[in-house]
Structures are given as structure tokens and as C-alpha cells.
Design a protein around this ligand. Structure first.
Ligand SMILES: N[C@@H](CCC(=O)N[C@@H](CS)C(=O)NCC(=O)O)C(=O)O
Length: 195
């Protein structure tokens, strides 16, 4: 059983939903009201951190962390290879996924919480994300996808992060980042983006 948020807007569960759609794999899914049903004793017994998504296996093992869940699913369903197909590709995909997560997603996720209490810190975090997106725009001038010629988990994480930033962190795609905008249109047009 896969546990996700009730309305499909949370970025971490969305990573897993997109990933599954790209694989063409369906898993029984339960939608929980975010910040409420993921805080019940019953759910905390599955994931003491309380976060979504969680993948509960038939033997009762509960996997949390969206990327860990996706890695597990990649082992079970290797095609298409969304974490990379060769040692070098796997390292590059991992490198880009970490860059997107650490320098774009995390700052965008944290910034809103500091706007009132520490506006300078919020602005610093937003600036971090701005620099990351400018860098990514330059990268996407040279190739169609974040980690290279093929769609990978790095694109999944980038799409979920940027859509989250635009929707919940007052951080729309900068208008002058034409390569990033073209990439965003390309990955948003994939059926998985609506999963
Ligand atoms: N690093 C974790 C982040 C999980 C996370 O923060 N999930 C959010 C939704 S995107 C959540 O469950 N928030 C609700 C809460 O913490 O009460 C992952 O990738 O799964």
C-alpha cells in the first residue's frame, strides 16, 4: 500500500506518483489528509517521522523517503532505468538529483517558514534557489533533460520541486529562463506529470 496526500499537491508523494506512471506500474494507494491523518498513532507506527509518502510492503515493512521508495521500485521494475543504466549514468543522475534537492527544493521548502521570523534568512534561501535555477537554465541550454539525453529521476524531482515552488512558495519560474521553461513544458506534457 502506498500512502500519499489527499489532494495530490505535496511534492514528495508526487515524485513517487510520477515515477510509477513513468514505469507503468500501479500500486494500491491510500490518500491521507496531510497534517492530520499522517499524525495519527496508527500512521506514526508506520513512519515515526510522520511524513508522506510511505510504501508499506506485504510483510509490514514501511519505506519512507520518496527517493528511497523510488530506488526500491527501480530494483523491482528496472525498465525504463530512471536512476541511470550504466555506472557513469547512475552517478550523474544521482549528482543532479542531489543538486536539485539540496539547492532548489530544500531552500524553496524552508523559505516560507522564515518570512515572518527571519526575513533575511528567507531571502537568502530564495536567492539560493534563484542561483540554482539560473545554473539549471544554462545546463538545459545544452541538453533536453536535467541529467543528460534521457528523462530520469532528476527530472521527476525537478518538476515536483519547481511546481511546488510556483504554487506554494511564491516562486514562479523566472521569465527569462527560456531553456528551463522549454524543459518544464516538455516534462509537464508527459502523461506522468498528471499522475
Ligand atoms: N524527504 C522526505 C520529505 C517528506 C515530506 O516532507 N513530506 C511532506 C509532504 S511533501 C509531509 O508529509 N508533510 C506533512 C507533515 O510533515 O506533517 C521525502 O522525500 O519523502
Amino acid at each position: 500500500m502506498l500512502y500519499v496526500d489527499h489532494d495530490g499537491t505535496a511534492p514528495s508523494p508526487r515524485r513517487v506518483r510520477i515515477f510509477l506512471a513513468e514505469k507503468g506500474v500501479e500500486i494500491p494507494t491510500r490518500r491521507l489528509r496531510l497534517h492530520v491523518e499522517n499524525r495519527t498513532p496508527e500512521f506514526l507506527a508506520k513512519n515515526p517521522v510522520g511524513s508522506l509518502p510511505v510504501l508499506e510492503l506485504d510483510d509490514g515493512t514501511c519505506l519512507a523517503e520518496s527517493l528511497s521508495i523510488c530506488r526500491y521500485l527501480e530494483e523491482l521494475h528496472p525498465e525504463p532505468a530512471l536512476f541511470g543504466a550504466t555506472p557513469l549514468e547512475r552517478a550523474l543522475v544521482d549528482m543532479w538529483t542531489r543538486r536539485i534537492e539540496l539547492y532548489a527544493y530544500v531552500p524553496l521548502d524552508l523559505a516560507p517558514g522564515f518570512v515572518e521570523s527571519a526575513p533575511a534568512a528567507a531571502e537568502k534561501l530564495r536567492n539560493w534557489a534563484r542561483l540554482a535555477l539560473r545554473f539549471l537554465d544554462g545546463v538545459l541550454a545544452e541538453r533536453p533533460f536535467v541529467a543528460g539525453e534521457r528523462y530520469t529521476i532528476a527530472d521527476v524531482v525537478a518538476l515536483a520541486s519547481l511546481d511546488y515552488g510556483a504554487r506554494f512558495a511564491d516562486f514562479p519560474l523566472p521569465g527569462d529562463h527560456v531553456h528551463l521553461a522549454r524543459w518544464h513544458a516538455r516534462v509537464s506534457a508527459r502523461p506522468s506529470a498528471r499522475a
